[in-house]
Design a protein around this ligand. Sequence first.
Ligand code: HEM
Ligand code: HEM
Length: 407
Amino acid sequence: MTRYSTGAIALHWLIAFALAFELALGFAMPRGVEGFALFQLHKSVGIAILALTVVRLGWRLAHPRPAPLERGLAHAAAHGVHVGFYAFMVLAPLTGWALVSTAPVNVPTVLFGIVPLPHLPLPGSINEMVEETHELLAWCGIALFLLHVAGALRHEILLRDRLLERMAPGGSRPLGGLLALGVIALGIAAFLAIGSRQAPASEAEALPPQAEQTAEAVLPEATPSPSEEATATAEEEPGAIPQWKIRPGGRLAFSVGNGDAGTIDGSFAKWQGAIAFDPDRPETADIRITVDLASASVGDATQDGMLAGDEFFAVSQFGKAVFSASSARQTAPGRYTAKGTLQMKGMTLPQTISFRLAGEGLHRKAQGSATIARTAFGIGEGSAAESLDPNVSVSFSFEADGTVPAN
Ligand code: HEM
Ligand code: HEM
């Protein structure tokens, strides 16, 4: 017998393609919520590799291999790489599985959107160690891959002993070569394609409050200086305070650090505001923003369900969060802060928001942010939230039209 059995060949290439894709996916998938679907795919493909490997090991025991072409050191090296590969194919998925089973934020896995993967009964204390091992194994896998391909090339180019034919479907060398190139190409292409998906920042992310330069771009072109404004205010008759109607299309987003896993970003789909505000007389402001907490989404149904649950918003009991402020203060041209209160999960605590206004007259664009101490409100309790930062950044942007009520 000079070739591997058809089953062994099929499994070799199937697993090789899956592994190339899986490694690329693992390194390139974005951490945080935008990578959620890719994480599910990574876990699904990883467990599929584990299942295929079990079949492959069974197959190998039942079907004899062709006798080795070489003896001595070269044989030992090739054999070492093959044994290493088998160990890697079992341990990489197992450490991945252990990693998600012990993660502080409990995210369920549904393989290919169909089969739920139970968590392994392992202590949370080993999470960091398993995560490091998983990454280390991935690098070992790449090293094995390079050694394995170098070995195959040595046989092809230096020894010309047609080794590839032993692992090629139908013993066809061109087909073997094509499959080999395909495996490498898939790994590189997947890495580049997934890596380049990381860019689309949400509108809120594109304008973080500290990004002063970006912020300046949205300021009105001819913003009066504070002194000019003060004179103008003094000279004008203090008319009625404009009431603002928020246009559809606004955004209220939140973001919270989640340890090594990056950040969790989401937004509220339903919220409304009753705003009385005169940009020239911010002290007369009356602002009330009501947020429907059940409309919070991080882009994944399972996690959204957790957000609505008792450990987070407890929406069945406390459906709304309300920010109210009865005054605001100008801090720079077009920039304001409003100190008020935030009522959430049965508690009312002091809360400051800051914002800037662009536009003129009775059509303005507001953009702002706030930092909310979630733990003070009892939001994110229990082990599921252990690695979440205690502070959540909230950002909003909307356009509004003002009307001045008749006196
Ligand atoms: C042969 C199978 C697998 C390979 C080759 C593989 C490879 C990788 C690689 C290269 C990374 C990125 C490492 C880093 O940059 O930190 C990664 C991360 C990860 N893998 Fe896997 N993986 C496999 C199976 C699995 C399985 C079965 C699961 C779960 C059921 C899993 C869960 C994860 C998770 C959650 C991360 C993210 C760790 C983090 O950055 O927080 N992996 N994997
Ligand atoms: C470009 C990619 C690849 C090429 C050209 C290639 C080529 C080969 C060849 C020619 C053999 C037969 C060696 C012999 O007869 O002694 C072989 C065996 C083997 N390959 Fe690959 N391979 C590739 C990718 C992979 C990958 C990604 C894996 C990872 C799982 C892998 C795992 C193995 C294993 C474990 C064996 C030994 C099979 C056994 O004896 O049980 N190969 N490979």
